[in-house]
Each structure stands twice: as structure tokens, then as C-alpha cells.
Design a protein around this ligand. Structure first.
Ligand SMILES: [Zn+2]
Length: 463
């Protein structure tokens, strides 16, 4: 069980009359995460993730992994340091490289620290001269690791940092047709994942830009801090990237989905991206497989990214208020926070009996790791409750003065969206059980079962 008294959560205390040097633009998620001690700002544009936020990151990594495994993914780890000579072959170093981190070793050999690019998967083939047969395809490899980008303007904390955590998958197929099938399978896994997070998202047809390839989609959370401009249809919710819809001020575009004409501009945070790359990278690198006639043939690739830390920051940005964090159900650091009576209060002896009973029973219902016991009894209930609400625990149970009523002990239960309930012990336990069941339903995707046949129509729609 987790005790608040032992939790390393270095809250940022700004003296009342301090002059705050605004070195970066703050978003509300970033402001709350920093103030509450979940994230510490490192040197400009990098962040230290503290234990409570790390729990959320780990939960999201698990969720991403289970979806990648369902899509036939196999996990690998690629080096962060990649020799630049491999990058030269595809001409990637001829373009704009100002956002790359380059380092040299003692013999002056140059390396690139893994940037956001689909090249890594291709390196893993071409670089190691693996001979692969058509029998081994399709192959879907993914990794989860840090990525680096020398951002000129780091902003909004984890949403636009110089170092961040990403999942990227590379798929390898024998033909464009097979690559299209892989694309459908992995895209379905992405759709499922974003529905499990239960944060409204839009999936848009994307300009493939420098990544090349033919088919591409982006997943966005709509937020004023987003850096992409999207056009969204007010009648059906369809959203498109303004570059792709080729909107010109003099000729307004109509919605490709419902032909409605009321498209308005919204800001999107890009949280995931899927591409069919074709042979754009495999060809110059000589990444081949042996076809049915035993001849080498270029692999047809796909690339699928999710910004792990960015999804968490952007989801918090969308869900939270100025004062309180609100988490996607599956990513909340803890499910339940339990606050007991204050040391020395007259209700302490009676209330503690109930507190101990709840520690056991709540832990059994939601899992002991999902229970945070705020055992800092030197603090008033009010002070601990204020912090619990700002941290956004899905359920906060208070064992206070009313719990000491001998005939009918009452608990106060605070839900993350501000609702307050007065419940007896059994009712409170039922609420915990319901929350755990809701999580299970999300994990098992039971919300998808009746909608499965509609999935193919969902592309480009608001979910
Ligand atoms: Zn429409």
C-alpha cells in the first residue's frame, strides 16, 4: 500500500512576492503538474518525472504494449545513438537538421541521438544485414524509448519538450497490398487505445510531408494549446488537416463526410501518427527480403508513432480545470485516496477503527497498489482533501467526524469531477467496486463490442 507520508512529491513553493521568470509558456496541465510535484522542470525543455506521474507513465506504457501485442507487435530496443553514415544514405542529413542532437565519440565519429523518424526500424534491418524470407513476413516491431528534438521553442511542458518518451512501431510487408492490411490492423489498435483513454479525439487524414509514403493519419486532441490547425465540421464532427483539405480563403471547402459547409478552425495537439512508407526508406538502405523465387526485393514499410509523455500531458490539458487535474480513468496514478481523522481529534479512536477496516477492504477491491493512504495525520482533513482534489484522484474517501457515529457511521466520498456523496461503509465499498469494474470494462474494450462493425466507417469522425 502507498502512504502519502512516504511519497516523494516535491511540491513547488513559490514565495508570495517572488518575481516568476517566465522562461517558457505554461499550460494548465504543466502548471499543476509542476506545482503539485509530479514533474520537475530540468534544464530548459527537459523534465524529471516524479513517482506519482511515473505511475501514470507506466500505466500508459502497459496499455500501449497490450494493444501493440494484440496487433501482432514484437518489442525490441534500438540504440539511442545511431551512426550518421546510415542517415546519409537516405539523404535525411541533406535537409534541415537543426532539430537533431549530434554527438561525437573520442575518435570523432558522429552519432545522431534518436530523433522522431521512421528510420530506426530500417536501420535494424539494413544495418545488421539480416536475411529475411517472405515466410517471416509480416513483421511488426516496436520500441518504447526516449526521443530527442532540439526545439527552438519548448512549450507546455511535456507536450513539447526536447526529450520525450515515444512508442514507435515499424511494419515490414512483402507488397503494398499486404502493407495496407497491416495498416488497417495497427490503425484499429490505435483507435481502440484512444477509445480506452476515453478522451475525445479526432483522427485526420494527414499530409505525409517529409516522411513520404502514401497513406497517413494523425490523431489529435483538440485544445487551444495545440500547434496544428484543423478544420472541424460542426454538423458531423469530421476533422481534417487544413493543409490536406487545401482550404483557400476565397473558396470555402465543404465537409468531405457530410458535405456541410460549416467548417471551423480548431487547434489540435498531435498525439499519434500512422504512415504507410512504401519502399522510400527500405530501398536506399537495401532493406530487402527474399521473395518466393529467392530473389531480394525491397520491404514495404509502415511506421506508427505515439508520443507517450505527450498523450498524458495533452489528455490532462483537455480534461483538467485551472485548479484540479483530471486523469483518464486508466491513467490516474491511484484509483482511491483514503484520508483518516486528524491526530488528537475527539473522533480519532472510533474513526480509526473504520479507517483500518477500509484500508483492507478497499485495497482488496481495487488492488492495494491502487490505494493511496493519506496517513499524514498531523494535517487537518481539509488540507489533505484540498491536495487530493488538486491531484485528481478518481475517488477520495474521508473518514472524519461523521464516521465516529456509532449507529450509522458515514463517509464522505469525493469524485474527481466535484461530486460529493455521503455514504455508509457498504455503499462506499460498492462505489470502489464499480470503479474497478469500469476500469476492467475499458481494458477489455467491452464498449467496442456492439460497435465493432461500425469501426471501418469511423475514420475521420469525432469519437
Ligand atoms: Zn460534416
Amino acid at each position: 500500500m502507498n502512504k502519502a507520508s512516504r511519497l516523494f512529491c516535491p511540491a513547488l513553493i513559490t514565495p508570495k512576492n517572488a518575481v516568476v521568470k517566465q522562461t517558457e509558456q505554461l499550460s494548465r496541465s504543466q502548471k499543476l503538474l509542476t506545482e503539485l510535484g509530479l514533474v520537475k522542470s530540468g534544464s530548459n525543455g527537459t523534465y524529471q518525472i516524479m513517482p506519482m506521474a511515473q505511475r501514470s507513465v507506466d500505466k500508459f506504457v502497459d496499455l500501449v504494449q497490450s494493444n501493440m501485442q494484440l496487433a501482432g507487435g514484437q518489442k525490441i530496443t534500438l540504440p539511442i545513438l545511431t551512426p550518421t553514415n546510415l542517415w546519409k544514405k537516405t539523404g535525411r542529413l541533406d535537409g534541415d537538421i537543426s532539430e537533431f542532437y549530434m554527438v561525437r565519440d573520442r575518435s570523432n565519429k558522429q552519432f545522431l541521438m534518436s530523433p522522431v523518424n521512421p528510420r530506426g526500424g530500417s536501420d535494424c534491418h539494413a544495418g545488421h544485414h539480416i536475411t529475411i524470407s517472405y515466410r517471416q513476413l509480416p513483421l511488426r516491431l516496436y520500441q518504447i524509448g526516449p526521443k530527442f528534438r532540439d526545439e527552438l521553442k519548448t512549450r507546455f511542458g511535456l507536450m513539447r519538450a526536447k526529450e520525450f518518451l515515444m512508442k514507435d512501431m515499424y511494419s515490414f510487408d512483402v507488397s503494398n497490398e499486404r502493407a495496407g492490411e497491416t495498416y488497417a490492423i495497427v490503425s484499429a489498435a490505435y483507435d481502440r487505445l484512444f477509445k480506452q483513454l476515453d478522451v475525445p479525439f479526432v483522427k485526420v487524414n494527414a499530409a505525409t510531408g517529409m516522411m513520404g509514403g502514401s497513406v497517413s493519419h494523425e490523431y489529435h486532441y483538440i485544445s487551444p494549446v495545440g500547434e496544428d490547425t484543423l478544420l472541424q465540421c460542426s454538423s458531423c464532427g469530421f476533422a481534417g488537416n487544413s493543409e490536406v483539405l487545401d482550404a483557400k480563403p476565397e473558396s470555402p471547402v465543404s465537409c468531405p463526410s457530410c458535405k456541410g459547409s460549416d467548417l471551423k478552425e480548431v487547434r489540435g495537439v498531435e498525439v499519434a501518427h500512422t504512415f504507410v512508407l512504401g519502399d522510400k526508406y527500405s530501398k536506399p538502405l537495401g532493406a530487402t527480403f527474399l521473395n518466393t523465387s529467392g530473389k531480394p526485393q525491397s520491404l514495404v514499410m509502415g511506421c506508427y508513432g505515439i508520443g507517450i509523455t505527450r498523450v498524458i500531458a495533452a489528455a490532462l490539458e483537455v480534461l483538467s480545470s485551472e485548479q484540479e487535474l483530471h486523469w483518464p480513468c486508466l491513467l490516474a496514478p491511484y484509483d482511491v485516496c483514503l484520508i483518516g481523522p486528524k491526530q488528537g481529534s475527539k473522533e480519532q479512536p472510533a474513526a480509526e477503527l473504520i479507517e483500518n477496516e477500509l484500508l483492507l477492504k478497499v485495497g482488496e477491491l481495487c488492488g492495494h497498489q491502487e490505494l493511496l493512504h493519506d496517513d499524514r495525520k498531523e494535517l487537518t482533513i481539509g488540507k489533505r482533501l484540498l491536495e487530493a482534489k488538486r491531484l485528481g484522484h478518481p475517488l477520495t474517501i474521508i473518514v472524519g467526524a461523521k464516521a465516529a457515529h456509532q449507529d450509522s457511521p458515514q463517509l464522505e466520498v469525493h469524485l474527481s469531477k466535484g461530486e460529493i456523496l455521503e455514504l455508509d461503509i457498504n455503499e462506499a465499498l460498492k462505489l470502489v467496486a464499480e470503479h474497478s469494474q469500469h476500469k476492467k470494462n475499458l481494458l477489455n474494450c467491452s464498449f467496442l463490442q456492439d460497435k465493432e462493425e461500425n469501426r471501418s466507417q469511423s475514420v475521420g469522425q469525432q469519437h
